[in-house]
Design a protein around this ligand. Structure first.
Ligand code: AMP
Ligand code: MG
Length: 353
């Protein structure tokens, strides 16, 4: 059933106070509102209202065992959501909240199993985005807010992406600026003895090690899990972020990448099969390539790669790309998060030169 979707303008929470009030009102009534955060746009609903959360799964087409992150505006909102928190939680909150870090902790009874995808743990984050914080505060409830895209498609980093995916399926989309980080938050589990990174993001393993003294990175971050393995983070088992084209990650130096892509493109041209072939590359690669190119940033500017990634993946669909050779980023700093997302978008097809 189609819904009437409102576009609510909030660039500045003070100047656009009426927009904040309207978004909060819809959320308190159990509505769904796409809101900006510093990572990606989130599709928000009252995290403690199971019916509202079920509507989020439905609007996204998200499998119901893929848990949601609960967003809070103040540290005081945390104790009611979790049954307990180890000392590392306070250390990490001091260091990285508000910001792009999500912590997985034992859930309290207040958080419905619908929100946690049936798990006895809950993922919690305090975003730094002023609009997200203003809306959470005005709603007065913690907000479940998975990425505001249809499940499986690239995450939304502009309000236009949310409109493309969710218009007619949600109550409102907040019109605001593009997201500064561009990839989803780092997810760290504090359920074991040593913090474990389940999903890399802008807060790096090294950042967490510095604060907690130790950290591990889940296998699934860089490797395809066997079909029957239990994923520590359910989201990692799904195909993700993928445009319609077949992507291949190509890892190697600038010259090796150019030689590989030019060779393959030459073959496709000779066979008359070059329609829809694209090189998704770095700025520095463009002049070396014969195939049509689309750049996602400078080779060593990992932050700009993260910022551009999902928009470029969406542009590939608009260009009707069919075969795409992506120059793999260095898996360093936030580049690890970019690499992790691209691996999934490429269904783990990697060519190492
Ligand atoms: P999204 O909301 O689309 O950014 O996805 C949130 C992701 O966080 C999920 O797909 C999970 O992989 C992870 N996550 C959320 N809650 C938990 C949890 N309780 N335990 C482990 N991973 C979680
Ligand atoms: Mg998502």
């Amino acid at each position: 059933m189609m819904k009437k979707t409102e576009l609510i303008k909030i660039y500045d929470p003070q100047q656009d106070a009426e927009g904040v009030r309207r978004a909060a009102e819809l959320l308190r009534q159990g509505g769904l509102v796409a809101i900006p955060t510093e990572t990606v746009y989130g599709l928000a609903a009252d995290a403690c209202n199971a019916e509202a959360v079920r509507a989020v799964y439905a609007a996204k087409g998200r499998p119901s065992d893929n848990p949601m992150i609960v967003h809070i505006a103040d540290r005081e909102m945390l104790p009611e959501l979790v049954a307990s928190a180890p000392p590392a939680a306070a250390l990490l909150a001091d260091a990285f909240w508000p910001g792009p870090l999500t912590m997985v902790l034992p859930r309290s009874q207040r958080v419905p199993l619908t929100t946690t995808g049936g798990l006895e743990s809950v993922a919690v984050r305090m975003p730094s985005h002023p609009v997200a914080r203003a809306v959470i505060r005005a709603a007065g409830v913690p907000l479940a807010a998975p990425s505001a895209n249809r499940s499986g498609s690239p995450s939304p980093t502009t309000y236009r992406h949310c409109i493309d995916d969710l218009w007619g399926l949600v109550d409102a989309v907040v019109e605001s600026d593009d997201c500064a980080v561009g990839v989803e938050s780092t997810v760290v589990s504090l359920l074991g003895e040593v913090p474990q990174i389940l999903r890399p993001g802008a807060v790096t393993p090294e950042d967490i090690r510095r604060v907690c003294g130790g950290v591990t990175v889940a296998d699934a971050v860089l490797h395809l899990l066997p079909q029957d393995a239990a994923a520590p983070s359910p989201g990692m088992k799904y195909k993700h972020y993928a445009p319609a084209a077949a992507l291949t990650l190509v890892a190697g130096s600038q010259s090796d990448y150019a030689a590989y892509v030019n060779g393959l493109y030459g073959e496709r041209c000779r066979a008359g099969e070059d329609g829809g072939f694209y090189a998704m590359c770095f700025d520095e690669d463009v002049s070396l390539l014969q195939a049509p190119t689309i750049s996602y940033g400078a080779a060593y500017d990992y932050a700009s790669q993260a910022q551009n990634l999902f928009d470029v993946l969406r542009q590939l669909d608009k260009l009707e790309a069919a075969e795409v050779c992506v120059h793999a980023p260095e898996p360093e700093e936030i580049g690890l998060a970019v690499y992790n997302r691209l691996l999934r978008a490429a269904a783990f097809r990697v060519v190492k030169l």
